[in-house]
Write a protein that binds this ligand. Structure first.
Ligand code: GAL
Length: 689
């Protein structure tokens, strides 16, 4: 459980004072001052109460080395403050001015092929560059000193979407330092990396390089450690700027914007350092599955903050421009996306960006105020959202309230990284894909879940899903066992518990550390034929309570040659080389159970297994029970408020207790709520205003 710090309290106070925060990135440096005045008036019309300023303003603030041009920013902050709009002030450090890279090429990142990236886009810096870091600290120190006490500034935003990867010489130097700290001696590193293989043994740390382009496959532990280092190195940069802001006397909450399940930063290891978890979410309107993937990300963000409310820092109001083909969001979809985030614990709904850029690479990316101006459906939709959010704020039922989850989904970055290194039984097994498939079973039932890490406390959970944990550490295995013994149902997916923390394959019948818990063990993982393999069975032999229909279930991608060692065998392979081998098992452990899926099963099996685990532990969804909801209906309980979101193209009738109040309209419900296509209801038993 993380501490409530003064800065975290300051965020809660800001929300309590302003209501749900609503706004977006504001880039006034792209416009004349006359436009700023129009902006502020329209922001007020839309109910905007927070804007992020200065994210890409370094070249304006420091046009030549050491110069400081703060006058324009003074004016912008005063203008916003005068209009009652709070500011999340950004360090401009995500995008250095061209002169920095030209004068100090060593600040520029080098890719895996040794190509040095040049100015002219954004993000051209190496987190390992001393010169970059000195300049970033200097401009941030002066910014924070000047504005720490400015009444408009209520938050700080460090950098933007950290994700810079450098393979250059400075990165090599820092990587070696990181490795020395981790391993102490070169012998320990050689053992951990298994360098006896392919004559890779190092005599000294100085011989080690980042995984640049190599003739053939890279040592997987070197690769894993470089990913860990890269994430840690960016965290070093974040901390340096956060401390710079604090040292300048700023007391406001400090954050940076995450990017969901981003592959290059282990957000779990960052979470403690962030006062308010903030995330950028760009669901693809072209994908019917996007609300599920987004819900999973939102649950991750809430979980990273130990259940505290989080900020949706960026989203698109209509179309993005960075996909090859960009479908717009309708205003109704944009509203639903915002309310989905509120349902899942956000107390801030912000966009990229306020005014659509007229020039530059993002000129076709949508914004709250489009090229067409205020006389547009997009802007009218924004105004409506502002009103909706204020209504929810005034209801007193939503802000700061929490979500109780009795289900945990295990997701660990190191395991993800190590599990997706090349040269494995199949490249078709994707951690993210499997995690999303399993999560979908919860989403379809309106069941709340926390997304936990390998070292998280599992005490409060009745069901723990482990879709794919390639690395399983002894502590995680123990925590899973303890959870099962006190009555939880643990469900483990294929190719889990394969490797140790150094990505070395554990020796013995697999999954070595989970073998007792699962009551089953295997030898040899192998890829499966393209055609789905039928599974058969479905009745428990020992008089258990599982009674599944045996038809229609299949498996594919990867199989493990399993042998039951005490577990009940629920499904076996119906033909082929694996005929008769267990595919799905369940082991009674203490008061609970441990299920094992030794292969990638069809959704029909996932639904049965997860449905049974929920039913056996009495975990209910937001609408009671654990049955699947109608297609496209998302139901979430936040505090004692139920959010119903219809993502489908058809109207859905939902039986509900009559007399609930819709916090968005003030209307009372009948015994059936008719939720139109695309619409949202936010229902409460009480209404405070
Ligand atoms: C984000 C970024 C913004 C903007 C946006 C466009 O990744 O932080 O600055 O580029 O994407 O979707």
């Amino acid at each position: 459980m993380s501490l409530t710090t003064p800065a975290r309290r300051a965020f809660e106070e800001l929300v309590a004072e302003r209501g749900i925060l609503f706004g977006g990135d504001y880039n006034p440096e792209q416009w004349d001052p006359a436009v700023w005045r129009e902006d502020v008036a329209l922001m007020q019309q839309a109910g905007v109460n927070l804007v992020t300023v200065g994210v890409f303003s370094w070249a304006m603030l420091e046009p030549t080395p050491g110069a400081r041009e703060f006058g324009w920013l003074d004016e912008v902050l005063d203008l916003l403050h005068g209009a009652g709009i709070a500011v999340d002030l950004a360090t401009p450090t995500a995008s250095p001015p061209p002169w920095l890279g030209i004068r100090h090429p060593e600040t520029l990142p080098v890719d895996r092929d040794g190509v040095r990236l040049i100015p002219g886009s954004r993000n051209q810096f190496s987190p390992s560059s001393r010169v970059y870091r000195e300049h970033a600290v200097a401009i941030s120190r002066d910014l924070a000193t000047r504005y720490a006490a400015h009444p408009a500034v209520r938050m700080w935003h460090v950098g933007n979407e950290y994700g810079q990867i450098d393979h250059g010489d400075e990165a090599a130097r820092e990587f070696r330092g990181w490795l020395r700290a981790r391993y102490g001696t070169i012998d320990a590193l050689n053992t951990a990396w298994g360098t006896a293989f392919w004559s890779q043994r190092y005599a000294d740390f100085d011989e080690i390089l980042p995984p640049r382009r190599m003739p053939y496959l890279v040592n997987p532990t070197q690769s894993l450690d470089f990913r860990r280092f890269t994430s840690d190195q960016m965290l070093v940069c974040y901390r340096e700027l956060r401390d710079t802001i604090r040292d300048a006397g700023a007391l406001q909450p400090i954050t940076t914007n995450f990017m969901g399940f981003f592959a290059h930063v282990d957000y779990r290891s960052w979470a403690e350092d962030i006062d308010v978890i903030a995330d950028d979410q760009y669901p693809d309107p072209a994908s019917a599955e996007s609300p599920i993937a987004t819900a999973l990300i939102q649950d991750l963000m809430r979980s990273l903050g130990d259940g505290r409310s989080w900020m949706l820092m960026e989203q698109a109001v209509s179309a993005t421009s960075w996909r090859p083909h960009n479908l717009p969001k309708t205003p109704q979809r944009a509203r639903r996306d915002s309310l989905q985030a509120v349902a899942r614990g956000a107390d801030a709904i912000c966009y990229f960006q306020w005014r659509q850029a007229r020039a530059g690479a993002e000129r076709f990316h949508s914004a709250m105020l489009p090229h067409a101006g205020a006389d547009s459906d997009v802007f009218r939709g924004v105004v409506r959202q502002g009103e909706d959010l204020q209504r929810l704020s005034r209801s007193g039922r939503v802000l700061g309230s929490r979500i109780d989850a009795r289900v945990a989904v295990l997701f660990d970055w190191s395991s993800w990284w190590a599990g997706e290194e090349p040269a494995r039984p199949t490249e078709r097994l994707s951690t993210m894909e499997q995690t999303t498939r399993w999560y979908r079973q919860l989403w379809r039932r309106g069941v709340a879940a926390d997304i936990v890490g390998a070292a998280s406390d599992l005490d409060g959970y009745d069901v723990v899903l482990v879709p794919h944990a390639y690395i399983v550490r002894p502590e995680t295995a123990d925590a899973l066992r303890r959870a099962a013994e006190r009555g939880a149902h643990i469900v483990v997916g294929p190719f889990s518990g394969v490797a140790d923390d150094n990505a070395q394959v554990l020796q013995g019948r697999s999954p070595v550390l989970l073998r007792d818990l699962l009551g089953v063990s295997g030898e040899e993982w192998s890829g499966m034929p393209d055609e789905p393999t039928p599974l058969t069975g479905g009745l428990l032999t020992g008089g258990g309570d599982v009674r599944w229909s045996a038809s229609g279930h299949t498996a594919g991608i990867l199989a493990e040659r399993l042998r039951a060692e005490g577990a009940d065998v629920l499904l076996t392979y119906a033909h082929g080389d694996l005929f008769g081998i267990p595919a799905v098992t369940r082991n009674r452990v203490g008061d609970g159970a441990a299920w094992y899926l030794g292969t990638v099963v069809s959704d029909s099996v996932l639904s049965l297994v997860i449905g049974d685990a929920l039913a056996a532990t009495g975990v209910d969804g937001a609408l009671g029970g654990s049955a699947e909801l109608p297609d496209g209906l998302e139901a979430v309980c936040r505090g004692d408020v139920v959010f119903l979101l219809n993502h489908s193209a058809a109207s859905i009738d939902i039986p509900m207790p009559p007399g609930l109040v819709d916090l968005l309209t003030g209307e009372k419900t009948e015994s059936v709520v008719a939720l139109r296509a695309g619409d949202v209801r936010v229902l409460s038993e009480r209404h405070d205003s």
